[in-house]
Design a protein around this ligand. Structure first.
Ligand code: SF4
Length: 247
């Protein structure tokens, strides 16, 4: 039985899009995704990658984590760096499951970013699942796997990536309909416009008739509506050039 995964990149940076934002994090970006969100900034991960065994991936993670092993972090009760599986869509590769299990066994705090289009129930319960609910402007709203909501728990997070006024209204409606605030933290992430180098004609178009929302408008709507959500921007696009990879 093969124990390989197709990996696009493994790099150390700062977690930027969850309640863990700002903490050192090793990202394992897995190749392939079956969605084509209009705002996707990692289209290069749809096809680019090379096969690596679980042992090779674990060795690389431990190598990148080594400089942190001399420190105790009194602000947190877990070891740093975090390790996050991202993509692409990590759950498209079945060996992402044993990889996450092995990382947890090694004592890492493990996160996964998933589109929400695939079954999350088989993921090791120690993993923090950051699951998207795709909004209308993504062009992929029909792919939300509503059954996943029943599997979420307090250590998970739901992320809405919001680019239009209609996305905001839709997200607000989902929170009410499914009582999401009682389940786990909710993230409202503003869609940073794609840099020219990130645009790809394989991505879905934003459906016609939707109205773009600025990040200021999004922040002010959240405040005005007193929503129990965490506003966020893609931190790495503020720190580094927005099209830079490996950050
Ligand atoms: S789910 Fe959407 S945003 Fe995420 S990698 Fe796939 S196409 Fe890109």
């Amino acid at each position: 039985m093969t124990d390989t995964l197709v990996v696009n990149e493994i790099y150390l940076s700062l977690q930027g899009e969850s309640t863990f934002a700002g903490l050192p994090c090793i990202f394992i970006r897995l190749t392939a995704c079956d969605l084509r969100c209009s705002y996707c900034d990692t289209a290069y991960a749809f096809t680019e990658g090379k096969k690596q065994t679980l042992a090779e991936i674990l060795a690389e993670v431990n190598r990148q984590a080594t400089p942190f092993s001399n420190f105790q972090f009194p602000i947190s009760n877990f070891k740093l760096p975090l390790v996050e599986l991202t993509g692409g869509e990590p759950l498209l590769q079945k060996n992402s499951l044993p990889l996450m299990q092995a990382l947890c066994d090694d004592g890492f705090t493990v996160l996964i970013e998933t589109s929400g289009a695939h079954d999350i129930s088989k993921i090791d319960p120690r993993v923090h699942r950051i699951m998207d609910l795709k909004c209308p402007a993504s062009g992929e709203v029909a792919r939300n796997r509503v059954e996943n909501l029943a599997h979420l728990k307090a250590t998970d997070e739901i992320k809405f990536v919001i680019g239009t006024q209609e996305d905001y209204d839709w997200a607000k409606q989902q929170i009410t309909t499914h009582k999401l605030a009682a389940i786990c933290p909710l993230l409202f992430s503003w869609v940073h416009p794609l840099a020219p180098a990130q645009q790809s004609n394989v991505l879905k178009k934003v459906p016609a008739g939707l109205t773009r929302i600025s990040r200021q408008q999004l922040a002010e709507k959240i405040i005005a509506d007193a929503l129990p959500v965490r506003f966020q921007i893609q931190q790495h696009k503020i720190i580094w050039p927005p099209e830079q990879r490996g950050v």
